[in-house]
Ligand binder design. Sequence first.
Ligand code: NAD
Length: 355
Amino acid sequence: MTAFWTEPDFDDHEMVHIVRDRNSGLTAIIAVHSTHLGPGAGGTRFWHYPDPKDGLRDALRLSRGMSYKNAMAGLPMGGGKAVILADETRTKTPELLAAFGDAVEGLGGRYVTAEDVGISEADMVAVSKRTAHVSGLPVSGDNAAGGDPGPFTAMGIYLGIKAAVRHKLGKDSVAGVHVAVQGTGSVGGGVAKLLAADGAKLTLADIHADRAAALARELGGRTVPADEILSTPCDVLSPNALGAILDEQSIAALDCAIVAGGANNQLARAHHGKPLFDSGILFAPDYVINAGGIISVAMEYLARRDGTGASVEDVHARIATIPDRLEQIWAQSDSSKVSPDVVADRMAQELIGRA
Ligand code: NAD
């Protein structure tokens, strides 16, 4: 048997906790990458992995990503991620969620959970019956921090695109700037609306073509088929669908000055940051520009834990610092001629004491 710490994705994680509860059928992996800045925070993924090793890889890779994201957002949180290994029928019972809540509680606050793929707000409410170390719960008041992170993520991306346009194109406004948006769901749709209100020119695409078309009608943009959006001539390409979209082939076909969007892990492999940089395109590292949602989720958790309360304004004030972080990255990248993704990783490693 190969030891999991020889996995390429193992990065001296502080803790990898395997949970097995025969009564409820729960099998889960909770990975805490770093608690250097605070409790390891990151969502729970509920997914069927034909090979459980892929679940372990996801937990390792995603928890490290959360360490970097939380550090760069200036949050007093480390990085963690849980993966519940669903069976083939993807059965999710109250007993299973209760057992998972008990496992999180057993870690005494070293790991804080929230929603991720396959886990709903209702699931988190069920988990919260067994542990206080949970976030992404329904908001308790009109102006209280929390709730759906999508609009907060969209706001951070919108501000990041404005900063990129300033940095690369020397323009103080996005009026008349052509933005191609890939994916018009919760995040991409929100970004498109904010940009449209500022007079940006929009081209939208979604694999659900009717979704993109309806938004284009509402906002006055045009649509292209989903397989044409990456090569659409534009000022800004904003990927808000899936990860791993930027590889040698797609980078060679890009016809934009800026890539700035919310999809996680846009570079297919780490080394793809270099050809993107060499082609003169300004890249906004995804885990920096898309931190609005985790900012909301983390502030909701901290306010509840500390009994302080946090308002939507507090969350927006923190999201408004995303462009400053991007500016820092781009300034270092410009002066060192190192691609922004590498600069961001180095900054994050420094912040979490892993430089
Ligand atoms: P969503 O499911 O609401 O929207 C995604 C949209 O992308 C859907 O409309 C889908 O049809 C479309 N899509 C999928 N594949 C496509 C393709 N190849 N071409 C064009 N469109 C395609 O999801 P979301 O919450 O908007 O998240 C979008 C991305 O942002 C994801 O990568 C997610 O991991 C990332 N993200 C989301 C948040 C958040 O707060 N929701 C936070 C950080 C990162």
